[in-house]
Design a protein around this ligand. Structure first.
Ligand SMILES: O=C(CCC(O)(O)[C@H](Cc1ccccc1)NC(=O)c1ccccc1)N[C@@H](Cc1ccccc1)C(=O)O
Ligand SMILES: [Zn+2]
Length: 438
């Protein structure tokens, strides 16, 4: 009966027969449909190719630094990097090894986590700080219920909770919540800004028909909080908020600063790209069950230039160790958010009257920038995303130009440094053979 139901079709005198339930070919097709583009995969590939030079130069530079620290028996300067040396469970952000790869080690950046702790910050203060930034733009503040109903710390009553941070809209135009097991760290302050971006979107579109209470595509939802962190973590803003004490940055300190941001944002590019490349192939059957783990590490090698820490077999299922894969949350949204957040930042900085390098921009207190952002958020999913993108940036196309502009000073330094070291970009020694290195 189910098969009969699922295969049911209506055939008229002309035109193709129509299925009763206009089913998508597979889950990948359903996920991609949210971007309303018949050339999404081509556009993603093109953006990835455009960003490759940034990643390859960062990868080569970090590999050299790890070689200096761990030696030739661990690191092959023409090969992939062992994933467990990059300071993150998924090697998706390398910011934890900034001290190891700092371009100018004599000018280490101040440790914001240490400063937060010395100033006795607690999770609530971190949420208040994010709220202050957002309301300084003339955007909405959260209702009392938000502070009542959110879970801002891991419960101490023994309840086992899902600690991966998330923001929730209860679609009653007044109940909005964040669930996060907050620790007093820089990483968690960044994450709180990201979550508060989701909450601001919920509040801005709360009077729209429910069907429109979303971003025009999932990447817009992810970009809002992230664009705010670009200003909130600028040297200018951290100084203004008393989280840094050194007045200015000389050009070497500026390269160190940009390296810190690059270890988060540029390292993330191939990771964010490959997650759904992998899953689309699983959904459409290109990747079969008995190769799930092998194909995962093939993509991790091909796109991120990483090796697993130890040999892997099909008894392991490493993709499942990433929240979004076990929770079936699509990931293309984060790859596109990476491009969008810099396009948004460029537009908001221009609106705020910022002059000078993009990485020095802080839109804090700019009501003009806030208005530009508000006009986007208020529209929710009520218009096709190219139209909404045009409202804020003047263009209807996603472009990696703004991201490249932001990192230009670092790229100049990296290319010079890699040429000086005679680095090979990429990993022509592509084997992850473990015996050789022992
Ligand atoms: O997963 C997140 C943050 C969580 C979230 O805010 O994106 C969350 C993910 C989630 C959790 C449970 C169910 C569905 C999605 N998304 C939201 O809370 C959310 C999503 C859509 C609308 C409103 C809120 N970030 C990604 C990527 C990322 C983003 C930013 C910085 C670093 C890394 C990661 O950690 O790998
Ligand atoms: Zn998010």
């Amino acid at each position: 009966m189910k098969t009969t139901y699922n295969m049911g079709q209506v055939c008229l005198n002309e035109g193709p027969c129509m299925p009763l339930e206009p089913g998508y070919r597979d889950m990948g097709a359903l996920w991609r449909a949210k971007y309303e583009s018949d050339k999404l995969e081509k556009d993603l590939e093109q953006l990835f190719q455009e960003l490759q030079p940034l990643y390859l130069n960062l990868h080569a530079y970090v590999r050299r630094a790890l070689y200096r620290y761990y030696g030739p028996e661990v690191i092959d300067v023409k090969g992939p990097i062992p994933a467990h040396l990059l300071g993150n469970m998924w090697a998706q952000s390398w910011v934890k090894i900034l001290d190891l790869v700092l371009p100018f080690p004599k000018k280490p950046p101040e440790d914001i986590t240490k400063i937060m702790r010395s100033q006795h910050w607690n999770p609530e203060k971190m949420f208040v700080e994010a709220e202050k930034f957002i309301t300084s733009l003339g955007l909405l503040s959260t209702p009392p219920d938000f502070w009542e109903n959110s879970m801002m710390e891991r419960p101490t009553d023994g309840r086992e909770v899902e600690c991966h941070a998330s923001a929730w809209d209860f679609y009653n135009s007044k109940d909005f919540r964040i669930k996060k097991c907050t620790e007093v760290t820089t990483e968690d302050l960044l994450s709180i800004f990201h979550q508060m971006g989701h909450i601001q979107y919920f509040m801005q579109y709360k009077n729209l028909p429910v069907i429109f209470r979303a971003g025009p595509n999932p990447a817009f939802e992810e970009a809002v909080g992230s664009v705010i962190t670009l200003s909130a973590f600028s040297h200018k803003h951290l100084l203004n908020r008393g989280l840094l004490s050194r007045q200015h940055q000389d050009s070497e300190e500026e390269v160190n600063f940009l390296m810190g941001i690059a270890l988060d944002k540029i390292a993330f590019i191939p990771f964010a790209y490959l997650i759904d490349l992998y899953r689309w192939k699983v959904f459409d059957g290109t990747i079969q069950k008995d190769n799930y783990n092998l194909e995962w590490w093939n993509l991790r090698l091909k796109y991120q230039g990483l090796c697993p820490p130890i040999p892997r077999t099909e008894d392991d299922f490493d993709p499942g160790a990433k929240f979004h894969i076990s929770a079936s949350v699509s990931y293309t949204r984060y790859f596109l958010s990476l491009v969008l957040q810099f396009q948004f930042q460029e537009a908001l900085c221009k609106a705020s009257g910022h002059v000078g390098p993009l990485h020095r921009c802080d839109i804090y207190n700019s009501k003009t920038a806030g208005k530009l952002l508000e006009d986007v958020l208020k529209q929710g999913a009520s218009k096709p995303w190219p139209e909404i993108l045009q409202n804020i940036t003047g263009k209807t196309k996603m472009s990696a130009e703004a991201l490249k502009t932001y990192f230009k000073p670092l790229m100049n330094w990296l290319v010079t440094e890699n040429v000086r070291q005679g680095e090979i970009l990429g990993w022509p020694d592509f084997s992850c053979s473990f015996e050789e290195k022992e």
